[in-house]
Design a protein around this ligand. Structure first.
Ligand code: TYM
Length: 328
């Protein structure tokens, strides 16, 4: 089992990133060879401030470590440190059709919000496929919003193999049963996202305890009183219950029973304390790591070296299979 996943350094990470992705990364490192990258080339598909991007890249890397990924067991690296990502992204882009990319819902959503759309934003899924196939990954832990990109990756792997000979395993998405789609605290019909203009919509992993409490206190609920997990009819309360289930390691059924006769105020209080307790050790480790930037740089250097060796191996096969002449 070889696992690859990535997170964009396009803003501060939030509970959705943790519960949907990062938490799974930590669990997987005991069972599989793991590679986790900070996908800075993906972040560049929309305009970024250069200094903020560098800062954010280091912050995401430090959160990988703070969440519990052990660099002795998993490679942690920055996507742009392994140039083969961009090369394979181009080659897979040549296998991918305009129609396929146009159908990506994340592209449609993001493109709809802006006046001008970069070629990079359109080609984004081909680069994501390259991230995965470059390491011949068998499994990809992600949140639910990446499902369609994973389907495209699988199609591209199969297409490549059919045209050029067996080269890539067809990777499987690993999407958790709970936590794969954490919703906005202000609008339960939208996912929690780094880019929402309303900071109250998300709990960020580096929010202070008071910020966490304040955001959860003003989270929307509904006009009823009953605490029940029913995403269709009670999306806001169900979202709070799901976050609490994961943060407190209890099942939804246990929680539902516990809250019979209790009100939303109590649920929010308990949720806030559970989230504060969940984030506290992660934040303490993150503070230590930010005080030791050389350590973080060394981890990223070592990760890139390992990733690069695997990437070179794959690219030799890919170039030959596609008919590129080898340089002497
Ligand atoms: P990104 O940076 O938007 O998000 C990182 C991870 O967090 C998950 N996620 C969520 N999970 C649950 N609830 C939410 N509200 C929520 N929001 C985000 C995402 O599903 C993701 O797993 N395209 C990817 C980055 C990427 C990648 C890859 C992932 C690039 N190359 C290769 C896997 C493999 C993205 O934009 O994730």
């Amino acid at each position: 089992m070889r696992v690859l996943s990535g997170i964009q350094p396009s803003g501060h990470l939030h509970l959705g990133n943790y519960l949907g992705a990062l938490r799974q990364f930590v669990d997987l490192q005991d069972r599989a060879q793991c590679l986790f990258c900070v996908v800075d080339l993906h972040a560049l598909t929309v305009r970024q401030d250069p200094a903020a991007l560098r800062q954010s890249t280091l912050e995401v890397a430090s959160l990988y470590l703070a969440a519990g990924i052990d660099p002795q067991r998993a490679a942690i690296f920055v996507q742009s440190h392994v140039p083969e990502h961009a090369e394979l992204g181009w080659l897979l882009g040549c296998l991918c059709t305009f129609g396929e990319l146009q159908r990506m819902t994340q592209f449609k959503d993001k493109a709809g919000e802006r006046e001008s759309v970069s070629l990079g934003l359109f080609a984004y899924p081909a680069l994501m496929a390259a991230d995965i196939l470059l390491y011949r990954a068998s499994h990809v832990p992600v949140g639910d919003d990446q499902r369609q990109h994973l389907e495209l990756t699988r199609d591209l792997a199969a297409r490549f193999n059919a045209r050029h000979g067996e080269t890539f395993p067809v990777p499987a998405a690993l999407i958790g049963a709970v936590g794969a789609r954490v919703m906005s605290l202000q609008n339960p019909h939208e996912k929690m996202s780094k880019s929402s203009p309303d900071p109250r919509s998300r709990v960020e992993l580096l929010d202070t305890p008071d910020q966490v409490r304040a955001k959860i206190r003003v989270a929307v609920t509904d006009s009823e009183r009953e605490i029940r997990h029913d995403p269709e009819h009670k999306p806001a309360v169900s979202n709070l219950l799901e976050i609490l289930a994961l943060a407190s390691s209890q099942s939804l059924a246990e929680l539902q029973e516990h809250y019979v006769g209790l009100g939303y105020g109590r649920l929010k209080q308990d949720l806030a304390e559970a989230v504060v307790a969940l984030l506290e050790p992660l934040q303490a480790r993150q503070r230590e790591l930010s005080a030791a930037p050389d350590h973080l740089r060394a981890v990223l250097g070592q990760g890139a070296e390992l990733a690069h060796a695997l990437a070179e191996d794959t690219m030799r096969d890919v170039r030959t299979a596609m008919g590129l002449l080898t340089a002497r």
